[in-house]
Design a protein around this ligand. Sequence first.
Ligand SMILES: NC(=O)c1ccc[n+]([C@@H]2O[C@H](COP(=O)([O-])OP(=O)(O)OC[C@H]3O[C@@H](n4cnc5c(N)ncnc54)[C@H](O)[C@@H]3O)[C@@H](O)[C@H]2O)c1
Ligand SMILES: [Zn+2]
Ligand SMILES: [Zn+2]
Length: 349
Amino acid sequence: MRGTVFRGPYDVGLRDLPVPRVEDARDAVVRVTASAICGTDLHPYRGELPGFGVGTVLGHEFVGVVEDAGDEVAHLTGRRVVASDLVACGRCRTCRRGWHYQCAEVTLFGYSTVVGRPLDGGQADYVKVPFADVVLAACPDELTDEQALFTGDVLATGYIAAERADIPLGGTVAVIGAGTVGLLAGMCAEAGGAASVILADPSPTRRAAAERCGFTAVSPEQLAATVAGASEGGGAQSVIEAVGSDAALGLAVETAAPRGTVVAVGAHHSQAAPFDSGRAFGRELTLRFAVGDPIAVWPELFALLKAGRVDPAAVISHRLPLAEVARAYRLFDRREATKVVLVCGDVAG
Ligand SMILES: NC(=O)c1ccc[n+]([C@@H]2O[C@H](COP(=O)([O-])OP(=O)(O)OC[C@H]3O[C@@H](n4cnc5c(N)ncnc54)[C@H](O)[C@@H]3O)[C@@H](O)[C@H]2O)c1
Ligand SMILES: [Zn+2]
Ligand SMILES: [Zn+2]
């Protein structure tokens, strides 16, 4: 089978690999029909994570069909499924609280040892899924593969960002970063009652994508004035940071209104707090970090999609065969693509 392998910064490509096999009673082997590239994949691609394992099979967003399953998850065989990007046991105390990212067994597909033990990813023809009773969800019949694909990471992340941002009913929300995570967070903020969502991004193509989704989109330099205009000078009561850089977190804190809430869902790896803590204190801000947890919010996401209240497929700019994965990474890295879906087999449209 083919799998997308990290060979070093700016160097990914397909390699011929053995098809994974069920080894544990809770394992399932999924034949991937579609996968996606995420901003999280760009961190190793751009060399921002020194020590990321050469040879890692990449990819944590995928849908497919269960080909084989261990005894405890045999009922999943033949089901159309979406995987959670994060893997957790589902049985420990933290999992039972619904805090899957805090599970002692937590890891991410295709992410070397950044989060937990290495686990081959899903930008491949087949992938092995541990704890499949927890990590896989059956795709509801009403949803297409593409809609379901988003629930395994980025829609869960956008949803949790909005949920934890204390969205003001009828108020103004600022989102830093108009990648897929920012766009989906904006959609969820609107579904949660925000009257005005303003996205800031330095990239003109990403601003154009945001405008196509119906948002106001500005450069980071224009954000303060635009938010002030939309809120009669009051500022943004909720700010969602969806970039994962020091500059973006700094801008998020700068943009929040007094007693506002800032939620950072961009992935951060700094040792220091890269924002104006004097301003955060002076404005009595609430600052939260949040990780999307598909396992915890699948029922809500499926309901949102079935009701047509969010349309994540609107952010897909490219559908490419897995064979073109190297080009897909290049397009995504240069922001010539907003979201790339890699098609492996027959995708239920
Ligand atoms: N917390 C989670 O669970 C979770 C889940 C998925 C992704 N992520 C993280 O979210 C971030 C975004 O993911 P994505 O898939 O949307 O990535 P992406 O790379 O497609 O989008 C990031 C966007 O941020 C913009 N940007 C860069 N610097 C900026 C700045 N200073 N101000 C405003 N915008 C700026 C870029 O132009 C780009 O459009 C990444 O860090 C990713 O790792 C976190
Ligand atoms: Zn992702
Ligand atoms: Zn656990």
